[in-house]
Design a binder for this molecule. Structure first.
Ligand SMILES: C[S@@+](CC[C@H](N)C(=O)[O-])C[C@H]1O[C@@H](n2cnc3c(N)ncnc32)[C@H](O)[C@@H]1O
Length: 196
């Protein structure tokens, strides 16, 4: 078992009654979702985004390194009779991926080399909702490891092959007690003409 799996298994086995949350990028832009199709949440944890996507009627897959998180998510989905399949997968150890999705959501996870794969896993006109922590923050919290936080505008650079529909990153500007802080979010579409 990898150190990462052990760390996350411990966290999820200690969470007794956690309510999985939906990220702002998806919640505030859910009107962009297609009425039908396949969706995927990566590094889903307890799968707040995946459950939301399945409730919209999308056939949803959800992947996470922690089998404990995956089992809890699958149980929640089954109880609610949702079209959701949760699978244990280590994103850093995936071979070639042939599946393609109409919607991919990632929240609070960053693996820069994997971003190219995410683009290839989007169908033409597929939508990406991505939200995670920034290095610039107005309060404590979030990852301290620089590998897991975004530089300014970095989401835009990582997904520059896609067409931007919404982007938000407020940094330290203005009244720091308000707004969307400590994170950046991107909603983007894979245009028919863009490369893989
Ligand atoms: C901060 S949590 C975010 C969970 C969820 N996306 C959310 O926003 O609530 C990070 C997640 O990434 C998962 N994770 C970490 N490394 C991973 C890897 N190599 N492959 C797949 N999932 C991984 C962890 O198990 C954990 O659920």
């Amino acid at each position: 078992m990898s150190a990462s799996q052990a760390k996350w298994d411990k966290i999820y086995s200690q969470k007794k009654k956690a309510t999985p949350s939906i990220c702002v990028a998806l919640k505030e832009n859910s009107h962009l979702l297609p009425a039908t199709g396949r969706a995927l949440e990566l590094a889903c944890g307890l799968g707040g985004n995946a459950l939301f996507l399945a409730k919209q009627g999308l056939r949803t897959d959800a992947w996470d390194i922690s089998p404990i998180a995956v089992e809890k998510l699958q149980q929640a989905a089954t109880q609610q009779n949702l079209p959701l399949s949760a699978t244990q997968k280590d994103l850093t150890a995936l071979d070639s991926i042939t599946e393609q999705y109409d919607v991919i959501v990632v929240s609070h996870y960053l693996d820069r080399p994997f971003c190219k794969k995410i683009i290839s896993m989007l169908k033409p006109e597929g939508l990406l909702f991505y939200q995670t922590f920034t290095a610039e923050k107005v309060s404590a919290g979030g990852p301290s490891n620089p590998n897991f936080v975004l530089a300014k505008n970095e989401l835009l650079e990582l997904f520059s092959e896609l067409v931007v529909l919404a982007y938000r990153e407020e940094g330290l500007v203005g009244d720091q007690t308000q707004g969307f802080r400590n994170q950046a979010m991107l909603v983007a579409i894979k245009a028919l003409t863009s490369g893989k």
